[in-house]
Design a protein around this ligand. Structure first.
Ligand SMILES: Cc1ncc(COP(=O)(O)O)c(C=O)c1O
Length: 367
């Protein structure tokens, strides 16, 4: 880092030097199975109704500072006061708010996360200069309870811990009782249970309104058909929600997003449920297609994603490249710790899956 007083670069946060920009180039590939979105399109009548909402927007006016109407809908869904609901510009923003709010303890604040998991937990913590304790998952991608307990308890106790359930990118659904035990035994740590993909495993949500005050429920509309809106949220203890609202920029979610999300979640909830149900059913089809590959190792699948391992990084990367040639994007995880030889494939529509099956057959016949 520069020490020259005429060089503005000396003011850059030292932690940024080692970080990379999270960037995914836009793509128009016909089958985009690399971003864990909901692939099913909204019905035309829903799109027409949403267009009507956009037409009526007062573009010259600020949105509501905190999205009260949408928070009310989410509060009702979660059986709690809407004051406990905090909206973010995607749950990525909620992650940043939580880390900012819960990093003011007497010692350097420490984040504990299993590894591998969603990359933005560690990235956002490192931007802020927090210490990140990454606890490797067991080889079967389950939580390592003893190692998690050791990490959570070390050096006066961790400030915060994120647990994605189901997890991205391993698609695992970690043991409920173990997680509840950790939350009960470490009341001095804030636990964020990230249920971004929970809609694809009906009944799996751990959320209940009477959870202890160190429990935060986090979710997003991105994975259930509304990724373009950038709306994520959390339900937190009222005192923590107040702290988050001090960190949150006013007007952080656009009126377009607030209004479209509200309409989709209320008037068109049935259409959304049908899209999620179709994708959940197609996860089985995706697994069946991948099972036909003799060298593919599959792991228990949850959410709208499937993790598949091949015998070598070269084989996995070659397959990813060949699928891209056929218009199908999948995620290469071969450089992620513990995931050598692995690809992550998001569930697609019927058409995506037919394209995938045909491409895999063609690749096999050329080999
Ligand atoms: C587990 C998990 N949590 C949160 C997010 C962030 O979602 P968004 O910022 O789109 O709400 C993702 C995105 O892939 C994710 O996989």
């Amino acid at each position: 880092m520069s020490t020259d007083s005429t060089d503005w670069r000396r003011h850059l946060r030292p932690s940024l030097a080692a970080l990379e920009v999270y960037d995914v180039p836009p793509s128009t590939a016909p089958s985009r199975l690399h971003a864990n979105e909901c692939p099913e399109p909204w019905p035309q009548e829903v799109r027409d109704a949403l267009a009507e909402v956009v037409r009526g927007l007062e573009l010259g006016r600020y949105p509501d500072t905190s999205g009260r109407t949408l928070r009310r809908v989410l509060g009702e869904r979660h059986g709690c006061d809407s004051g406990r609901v905090v909206l973010g510009n995607g749950s990525d923003e909620i992650i940043g708010m939580l880390l900012t709010a819960v990093s003011g303890g007497p010692e350097t604040s420490r984040l504990v996360i299993p590894c591998p998991t969603f990359v933005m937990y560690a990235h956002s913590a490192r931007v802020l200069g927090l210490e990140v304790d990454e606890v490797p998952l067991r080889p079967d991608f389950e939580l390592d309870e003893a190692a998690m307990r050791a990490a959570l308890g070390r050096d006066g106790g961790a400030a915060i811990c994120f647990l994605a359930r189901p997890n991205n990118p391993t698609a695992s659904l970690w043991d409920q009782a173990m997680i509840e035990g950790l939350i009960a035994d470490f009341p001095g740590t804030v636990f964020v249970i990230d249920e971004a993909y929970a809609a694809y495993d009906p009944g799996c949500s751990l959320w209940r309104p009477d959870r202890p005050s160190n429990y935060v429920h986090m979710a997003t509309l991105s994975k259930v058909g509304l990724a373009a809106l950038r709306v994520g949220y959390c339900v937190a203890d009222p005192e923590l929600a107040l702290a988050l609202n001090k960190v949150r920029h006013p007007y952080n979610v656009s009126q377009t997003s607030i209004a479209l999300a509200e309409l989709a979640l209320t008037r068109f909830a049935d259409a959304q449920d049908a899209m999620v149900a179709k994708t959940t059913a197609n996860r089985r089809r995706l697994v069946e297609i991948l099972r036909r590959l003799p060298d593919a190792e599959l792991f228990p699948d949850h959410g709208n994603l499937v993790l598949v391992r091949f015998p070598s990084d070269a084989r996995a990367r070659g397959l990813r490249a060949a699928l891209a040639q056929a218009g199908i994007l999948v995620k290469d995880l071969t450089r992620v710790p513990m995931l050598s030889g692995c690809l992550r494939i998001s569930v697609g529509t019927d058409e995506d899956l037919e394209r995938l099956a045909a491409a895999l057959d063609a690749i096999a016949s050329e080999a």
